[in-house]
Design a protein around this ligand. Structure first.
Ligand code: NAP
Length: 268
């Protein structure tokens, strides 16, 4: 029987996850299908019953369900507990488990950087910022946070015992890595905005934007023009997806092929 996978979120706009995972299933000859399931918050309890009954073999979870699914699970990884959010459900020995692969996703593109920056500033204080802070701490970087709304930045900073930098002073420090997790630069009304002047990065600085649409945000274009290294949000999306696929199938999707697929999807 075809195994069922999918993504829940509300509103669930266009997502590249079905294209990615269905491509991976086909490449490896797996009898499985990944679907997009828009799900209103009120319908979450009934859906979670369906996950166990049907059963649904694996699930991606996005806004606004990342925290709300947690009480429905049998086991939650330490990583997801620390972040307070789950983006992946999978089964292990009959137990419905929760993981957060955004952490693996945000860190993976840094593993090939040489030299690896020593300090990192995370811009924003939402769910993606929490994953970035957790991931950069795992890598051993000195991490700080800056957020437009200071109180929210301070709350995140306190949870991870890192400093919170005032939004107006975010460019003052010569950071080694600056990671944008705000929607500034995203296609639409915010496309011409940027959260940081890359000329204010440290000499070996890296500009990392987790926004991936457009692929080259204003932040990344200006960083490139200033001769800085850049990382696109597509890498984070790709690697969080590869980690989900591994949890669900025990197999590795071809990374280069998957990247080519996503680049084509974004270009189209
Ligand atoms: P979120 O929880 O809504 O947090 C958004 C953060 O951005 C908040 O801290 C908010 O600050 C800040 N912000 C919003 N508008 C701003 C503005 N005009 N100026 C300055 N700061 C602003 O969102 P999230 O779940 O963390 O996601 C953030 C972004 O990451 C989204 O664009 C999402 O698409 C992207 N993302 C990408 C990946 C990937 O795989 N590449 C994965 C997850 C998320 P306040 O507290 O002041 O409101």
């Amino acid at each position: 029987m075809t195994r069922a996978f999918g993504i829940i979120g509300w509103p669930l706009g266009h997502t590249m996850s079905p294209a990615l995972h269905n491509w991976g299933f086909a490449e490896l000859g797996l009898d499985a299908r990944y679907e997009a399931w828009p799900l209103r918050p009120d319908d979450l309890p009934a859906f979670m019953a369906r996950v166990r009954e049907t059963p649904i073999h694996g699930l991606s979870v996005t806004i606004p369900h990342k925290r709300a699914v947690m009480p429905f699970l049998d086991r939650i990884s330490d990583r997801a507990q620390a972040i307070g959010a789950v983006n992946t459900l999978y089964w292990d020995d009959g137990l419905l488990c929760g993981e957060n692969t955004d952490v693996v996703g945000v860190v993976a593109p840094l593993r090939t950087l040489d030299p690896l920056p020593r300090s990192a500033l995370v811009l924003g204080a939402g769910g993606a910022a929490r994953a970035a802070v957790a991931g950069f701490l795992e890598l051993g970087l000195e991490v700080a946070v800056s957020n437009r709304t200071r109180a929210k930045g301070e709350s995140l900073a306190a949870d991870f015992a890192v400093p919170c930098v005032d939004w107006d002073e975010r460019m003052d420090n010569g950071w080694g890595l600056v990671c944008n997790t705000t929607p500034l630069g995203m296609s639409g009304d915010l496309a011409d905005r940027t959260p940081f002047d890359p000329a204010r990065l440290g000499p070996d600085g890296v500009a990392y934007d987790i926004v991936y649409n457009p692929l080259k945000t204003r932040f990344l274009a200006e960083a490139e023009a200033a001769g800085r290294r850049t990382i696109s949000g597509l890498e984070m999306f790709l690697h969080q997806g590869l980690a989900q696929f591994r949890l669900w199938t025990g197999r590795d999707m071809d990374e280069d092929g998957a990247r080519t697929l996503l680049l084509a999807a974004l270009a189209g």
